[in-house]
Write a protein that binds this ligand. Structure first.
Ligand code: ZN
Length: 432
C-alpha cells in the first residue's frame, strides 16, 4: 500500500505548482520529462518503439502520455482520463478599470461553475498563458506565466451595508466579482497595466504581448487539516488529484501487455466542447495513430479498441454530515472510504454493471476499499468525461473519483487516505 503522508505531500506539491490548466499541464510535462518520456510533435512523422514512453500536448492545456505495448497492434489500451481545468475567474481583454481614489480593478468573467462567494477576501494572483510576437504570424510564441506573490483581492461588501447577507446573497458575476489589483495616480498609469506586468514577468516588451489566457487563483497553499491530518484541503482537487494519481501510476508501473495511456483533457468544466476537450477527436486520433505506428491496420485499431478499458477519473461528492437529505439513502460515499464508482440510471456516467465489476475487481486486487455514488433521485447530478468520450470511441469503461467536500469551492477538501487508495488502484489497473 502507498504511504498516505508521502502521497499527500506529493499531491500538495503538485497542486501548488498547478494553479490553472496551463500550469497543470506544464507540471505534468516536467514530471514526464524527468521519467524519460519523449514529447512527440503531431506535425512530425512518428517512429514509435515498443515499450517506448511518449506524450503529446494539445493547446498547452491538455496532455496525453502513453507507454507503448510490446504486444501486437491489436493489444489494446488501458486508459485513465482526467481533466486539467477547474472553475475560476478569467481575465477579459482590456481588463483595467480605474475608479475613485485610483483603485484599479480587473474585469473578469466566470469560467465554469465556481462557488462564487468562496473567492472573496483572499490573497489572489494570476497564472496562465501569454502569447508573444514571433517570427511567424501563424505561429506566435506561447509561454506560461505564474505570479507567485499575491496581486489581487475581491473585497466583500461590509455586513453593515447588507444586513441580510447571511440569509442568502445573490451575486452578480459582472458587478460583485471584480478583483482589485492596486492603487494608481491616474488612469494613464492603469491603462495597459496588466500587459506591462505580464511583459516584465516574461522578459519581453509590452508591444510583444499579443494576447493571453490568464486566470485568477488563490495563493494559499494546499495543506493537511484534521486531528490526524486526515484531510487535504486545496484549490483544484477536482480534478488535479485524479491527474496526479494517474501520473503517479503511469510513471511507476511497468506492464507493457497493453499500451498504457493517461489522457488529461481541458475544458471539462464548460462541457468539453473544444479541440482539447473530451468531445474532440484528439484521443481517438492518438490511439489510431499509435496502432498505425505499430504496423496495425484499421481492423487492428478496431480490435484494439475492443480489447481496451478506460477509467474516467473525476471526483465525486462526499457525504456531507450537515446535509444528509441531499444524498442517496444507501449509496453516499464518505471521505476516507476509498475510490468511488459513479452510477446513474440515465447514463450520465459510462459505468454499467460490467465496468463497475471490473473496477471493483481492481480495488479488491489492490487491497483498497471502494464505494458507490448514486444521486438522490430528486437531485440532478453532474456529468463528466466518460460518456462524452464514448461518443468518439467505442470503449468499455467506468466513471470513478475520490469523494470530496465543497466541489467547485476555491478550496475543496479530500481524504489523504483516499488518495493513496486511488493511486494503489490505478497502479493495479495499469499492471494487471
Ligand atoms: Zn471534475
Amino acid at each position: 500500500m502507498e504511504d498516505v503522508k508521502m502521497t499527500a505531500r506529493s499531491l500538495m506539491e503538485f497542486l501548488d505548482k498547478s494553479p490553472v490548466n496551463f500550469l497543470a499541464v506544464k507540471t505534468v510535462k516536467n514530471e514526464l520529462d524527468a521519467n524519460g518520456f519523449k514529447q512527440l510533435d503531431p506535425a512530425d512523422h512518428w517512429e514509435l518503439e515498443r515499450g517506448g514512453k511518449y506524450y503529446i500536448t494539445k493547446n498547452g492545456s491538455a496532455i496525453f502520455a502513453f507507454v507503448v505495448t510490446t504486444g501486437g497492434p491489436e493489444a489494446g489500451f488501458r486508459i485513465i482520463s482526467a481533466h486539467s481545468d477547474s472553475p475560476c475567474l478569467r481575465i477579459k481583454p482590456n481588463a483595467e478599470m480605474c475608479g475613485e481614489g485610483g483603485v484599479v480593478r480587473l474585469n473578469v468573467e466566470v469560467y465554469g461553475g465556481p462557488i462564487l462567494y468562496t473567492w472573496f477576501d483572499r490573497p489572489l494572483s494570476i497564472a496562465g498563458r501569454v502569447v508573444l510576437r514571433g517570427e511567424d504570424v501563424l505561429h506566435p510564441e506561447c509561454v506560461t506565466v505564474k505570479f507567485d506573490r499575491p496581486l489581487l483581492t475581491i473585497p466583500h461588501l461590509a455586513i453593515h451595508f447588507n444586513r441580510a447577507v447571511n440569509e442568502g446573497n445573490p451575486l452578480s458575476r459582472q458587478k460583485d466579482m471584480l478583483p482589485v489589483i492596486g492603487l494608481v495616480k491616474d488612469s494613464l498609469e492603469s491603462d495597459g497595466l496588466l500587459v506591462r506586468l505580464v511583459a516584465e514577468a516574461v522578459g519581453r516588451k509590452p508591444e510583444d504581448v499579443l494576447d493571453f489566457d490568464l486566470s485568477l487563483y488563490d495563493t494559499t497553499p494546499a495543506c493537511l487539516v484534521g486531528l490526524h491530518e486526515e484531510f487535504v484541503t486545496s484549490g483544484r482537487l477536482d480534478d488535479l488529484s485524479m491527474v496526479h494519481a494517474a501520473l503517479t501510476a503511469l510513471t511507476s508501473t511497468t506492464s507493457t501487455t497493453q499500451t498504457r495511456v493517461m489522457a488529461v483533457f481541458d475544458n471539462e468544466e464548460t462541457g468539453s466542447g473544444t479541440k482539447q476537450g473530451a468531445a474532440s477527436p484528439v484521443l481517438c486520433q492518438l490511439l489510431r495513430r499509435v496502432t498505425g505506428c505499430l504496423g496495425g491496420s484499421e481492423e487492428d485499431y478496431l480490435r484494439s479498441i475492443d480489447n481496451s478499458f478506460m477509467v474516467s477519473a473525476d471526483n465525486a461528492h462526499a457525504f456531507h454530515p450537515n446535509y444528509p437529505e441531499k444524498y442517496d439513502p444507501t449509496n453516499h460515499p464518505v471521505v476516507g472510504g476509498g475510490p468511488v464508482i459513479k452510477i446513474n440510471a440515465n447514463c450520465k456516467y459510462m459505468t454499467d454493471a460490467d465496468s463497475a465489476a471490473v473496477f471493483r475487481g481492481i480495488c479488491e486486487k489492490a487491497g483498497v476499499p471502494f464505494q458507490y455514488f448514486v444521486n438522490h433521485s430528486d437531485v440532478a447530478g453532474g456529468s463528466t468525461l466518460g460518456n462524452i468520450l464514448t461518443s468518439q470511441i467505442d470503449l468499455r469503461g467506468v466513471d470513478m473519483g475520490e469523494a470530496i467536500w465543497a466541489m467547485h469551492s476555491v478550496r475543496e477538501t479530500a481524504s489523504a487516505a483516499d488518495h493513496a487508495y486511488t493511486i494503489a488502484a490505478f497502479k493495479t489497473f495499469f499492471d494487471l
